[in-house]
Design a binder for this molecule. Structure first.
Ligand code: DC
Length: 214
């Protein structure tokens, strides 16, 4: 039986950064569930349609999302790894993730992906809903200011024109929406270990997770 590590937490906490490293060190497959919600948001954006239940149903009925070994994201066969990382798509991903039928479809896909050997999966509801029997559950967080600082540096390095305040506001609004939605909100599972990375380096967080996974 493969092992499962679930990593949940708010935007910009460093989930994907540390999960990728832990996956490489343990020989696990990394599964970025946020990328899947981003792919749905991206498809809505590409369609030029407004966000209504009808439009979203059509999109979800006819979508193919694939993640490869190097964490590349394919939407209907096209590599959208870079395009899904804009603030616009972040917002849309959070918006579409409120819908039960979207969550149901992606949750099924995620559970299926988790059967392929040992995995580390990150998102908002992995420990609470998607894989409640995970061997190790982590809730990774950091102060809003620190998360915004990290995301701001990341976007700046990619050459995106953003201000710190805009990034901080975007993250705060998204966390609020993700935490307050009715279905599978962002939450710490009772049996998840809380890691506050505000004053920790990437290596320190990785070490901590490796220790817990032993
Ligand atoms: O992890 P991320 O920032 O790429 O996620 C983008 C959005 O997708 C996030 O704001 C809410 C949604 N999401 C979710 O609802 N459930 C997950 N397991 C992962 C992401």
């Amino acid at each position: 039986m493969g092992k499962v590590i679930a990593v949940d937490g708010p935007a910009g906490a460093g989930k994907s950064t540390v999960s990728k490293i832990v996956a490489a060190k343990l020989g696990f497959t990394y599964i970025d569930t946020g990328a899947m919600y981003r792919a749905v948001g991206m498809k809505l954006l590409q369609s030029g349609k407004t966000l209504t239940e009808k439009n979203l149903t059509e999109i979800v009925d006819d979508i193919e999302i694939k993640l490869d070994e190097s964490a590349k994201v394919f939407l209907d066969g096209v590599d959208v790894t870079k395009e899904i990382r804009t603030p616009e798509v972040s917002k849309l991903a959070s918006d579409v993730s409120k819908y039960g039928f979207v969550r149901k479809k992606l949750t099924e896909l995620q559970r299926e992906m988790a059967t392929a050997g040992s995995v580390i999966m990150d998102g908002r509801d992995i420990g609470t809903q998607v894989l409640p029997n995970a061997d190790v559950k982590i809730f990774l967080t950091a102060s809003l200011h620190e998360r915004a600082r990290r995301r701001f540096e990341e976007l700046k390095a990619k050459g995106q024109a953003v201000t710190f305040d805009a990034v901080e506001n975007e993250i705060a609004a998204r966390d609020k929406q993700d935490s307050e939605r009715e279905i599978a909100p962002l939450a710490k599972a009772d049996d998840a270990i809380l890691i506050d990375s505000t004053n920790m380096t990437v290596d320190e967080v990785v070490e901590k997770i490796l220790e817990l996974a032993k």
